[in-house]
Ligand binder design. Sequence first.
Ligand code: NAD
Length: 480
Amino acid sequence: MSATVEGLVIGGDRVAAAEGETFDVVNPATAATLASVASAGAEDVDRAVAASMAAYERWGALSPVTRGRHLHRFAALVEEHAEELALLECRNVGMPIGDARGQLGMIVDVIRYYAGAVDKFFGHTVPVERDGVAMTFREPIGVVGLITPWNFPLNIANWKIAPALAAGNTVVLKPASLTPLSVLRYAELAIEAGIPAGALNVVPGPGGTVGSALVEHPGVGKIGFTGSTEVGAGIARRAAAGIKRVTLELGGKSACVVFEDADLDKVGRLAPYGVFENCGQDCCARSRLIVQESVADEVVERYSETARNLRVGMPESPETEVGPLISAGQRETVERYVGIGLEEGARIVVGGERPNGELSGGFFYRPTVLADVRNDMTVAREEIFGPVVSVITFRDEADAVAIANDTPYGLSGSLWTRDGARQLRVARALRTGVLGVNTNSSVFPQTPFGGYKQSGIGKELGMEALAHNTELKSVFISTE
Ligand code: NAD
């Protein structure tokens, strides 16, 4: 496959960067160059915001019903091109093709959800003391600036773009430099679907310049960010200067809590996918396996057996379950963490090495289970963002809840127990935004997604994302 040349998407056109700069994007499974991409700068952000403001005049003025119809057409077009987009994601992220197809399924569902939801999200009339009518209106914010990471590039961008557009805003998106390809193509499809030119602009480029320019731009009313807690905190500080609305989806160190009464066969077969999918590069990765002492040996054995047999391979092969990490640097980070874990007393049960043979040209690393971990060790505290799980044991329910909550993060988690009362008690006690009981999956277009504590502010998905993409106006008409 020869490398492509990719322009920015500004005002409905594919254009070169004002400074003429480009950067290369590689396939992490082979390190081969996939594309040369225009690298935006501050001037391009100005152009994109201007195009977005002009498009807002048209798009924001349409009725929600009409915007919904446009989004339905867009969803149909994305569905028609799902295989093409899945392949782009597979090659650029190293995501197994089966998983990439699954992501495209969710992407289409989310666009359809907001196409249908937007005319069911409205203000109210409110009883007040004076004679007249008090009412509220939901109104778009204007231009929304979005900044996204590389782990699920199109899915995360779409979680933000679909509700932002549905609510009547227009968008300037800065994707992660490592993975801009799928969203550039998606933006072309939006234009083809009749969404006005300029309503969705895409400006890949370095976070420090393009991301910062977007955060500080006076024409941008809201910033939606997904990425690391460190970068998110800096964005919140800078956005505060312009009193911009901000939503943040940040890091995680989520727990998979297994009680002795759980279906241990199911835990062993399924729970490993809750951390090793996408090679552990998942903000929701259940990277702490917190197991009751009485069944710890059995759970570690069953879990590790599944981890050992996960099919690590080339992402385009339909059998592959775990692809490469995104970059050489990310693999080095993972190796450094495993080294620190060993120094602090952890033991490798499986993994802890790079595969060789046909995989040696890419950034692969084997699914790794670290046992004998205490919750105060570095591997249990910091987000590794790779295929590494740390096993920690607990005595009783109170101990389990205390360990699971003893983290600065609070994004996701799983709980495995057959005791109904305990399911409810522990689900209520865990300080986390999203939780699956007896399952890894807990994310749906219809339900809010977002973190507690240092995992974020605000929610994606569900009606909550429309709330975050609108201003709420109160009007009182006096009849006195
Ligand atoms: P990152 O924070 O390094 O980068 C995220 C985005 O911010 C990129 O587009 C980057 O270019 C941009 N950026 C970097 N510096 C910036 C700056 N100074 N100003 C403005 N923008 C800037 O994160 P990453 O390495 O791309 O992604 C991994 C992180 O994302 C992990 O911490 C993971 O947990 C988190 N994540 C969270 C969620 C969630 O929904 N909570 C989902 C996926 C990933």
